[in-house]
Ligand binder design. Structure first.
Ligand code: 2AM
Ligand code: CA
Ligand code: CA
Ligand code: CA
Length: 254
């Protein structure tokens, strides 16, 4: 074990405490645009800096890839970090945002942690050892019918050049499901699938740091993670996570 689950949790919770200090005083927080729809604040930078330092001290042999600071040298074994997933929600004072930390060793995801500080929900997984929420084992839902399902998506991208943008896909799936949600944090969405709060989630045009930890948590909780054609694997440009039982029914609608 490269780092214990407890040590990782302590580090990620400390990062959460830093984020909450900014969250408690949003009036003083400048929100900058990296692009038209991609925001960054001092909180994102401070949380990422803390994680890079703290994880680097504990595991100097691993590289680091964070959304805001980019990639360091060792990319065979590395931390994959999104300091705040859901910056827009964060900047508005909403509660659905998270810190996402994954550990990849020799190209394989080994550990994942997603912490939602404003909710104080800590999700974690280790390869082959299942997933937990606040220390308790979690499982995907038992729902077998899309007609009775709660589904979630996100709209990271509405680019018109895409063959199909997500609005069309959303309309098809909303018509045949019971509940639809849009939480604004891909990492947390994947954890909600893992915890059975949501039966399926999809999004397109994401990056690996958005989904690496959450995908491991969904998989280890018994879920499926595929692309929109059903190929197993983590494909950030087309990610579909389900409880497994709904996969066959949802694929033709993707
Ligand atoms: P972020 O808050 O870390 O940027 C919500 O739909 C998801 O999309 C979140 O994971 C969010 O991550 C991500 N996101 C927001 N703006 C984006 C953009 N312009 N391109 C790609 N992903 C984006
Ligand atoms: Ca971003
Ligand atoms: Ca993100
Ligand atoms: Ca982010």
């Amino acid at each position: 074990m490269p780092i214990t689950a407890d040590a990782l949790e302590k580090t990620v919770r400390e990062a959460g405490a830093i984020a909450l200090r900014y969250f408690s005083d949003l009036n003083g927080l400048a929100v900058k645009h990296k692009s038209a729809r991609d925001l960054v604040t001092d909180a994102d930078v401070a949380v990422e800096q803390y994680l890079q330092d703290a994880l680097g001290k504990q595991c100097p042999e691993y590289g680091f890839w964070g959304e805001e600071s980019g990639q360091s040298a060792n990319q065979v074994s590395r931390w994959i970090v999104d300091p705040i997933d859901g910056t827009h929600s964060f900047s508005k004072g909403q509660y659905f945002w998270s810190i996402s930390v994954a550990l990849e060793i020799n190209g394989e995801l080994i550990m994942g942690a997603v912490y939602a500080p404003a909710l104080d929900d800590y999700y974690a997984a280790e390869k082959g050892k299942g997933s937990t929420k606040n220390g308790r084992v979690i499982q995907v839902s038992a729902e077998t019918h899309l007609a009775d399902s709660m589904i979630s998506t996100g709209f990271a991208c509405l680019r018109s050049y895409l063959h199909e943008n997500n609005l069309q896909r959303f309309c098809r799936i909303a018509e045949v499901s019971t509940g639809q949600r849009r939480f604004g944090s891909a990492a947390l969405d994947l954890c909600l699938v893992a915890d059975g709060q949501v039966d399926a989630y999809w999004e397109q045009e994401l990056n690996l740091y958005d989904v690496a930890a959450g995908a491991l948590i969904a998989l280890e909780a018994g879920g499926s993670v595929t692309d929109f054609k059903g190929n197993a694997g983590i494909f950030p440009k087309q990610i579909l996570a389900t409880n497994g039982k709904l996969l066959a029914e949802i694929l033709p609608l993707m």
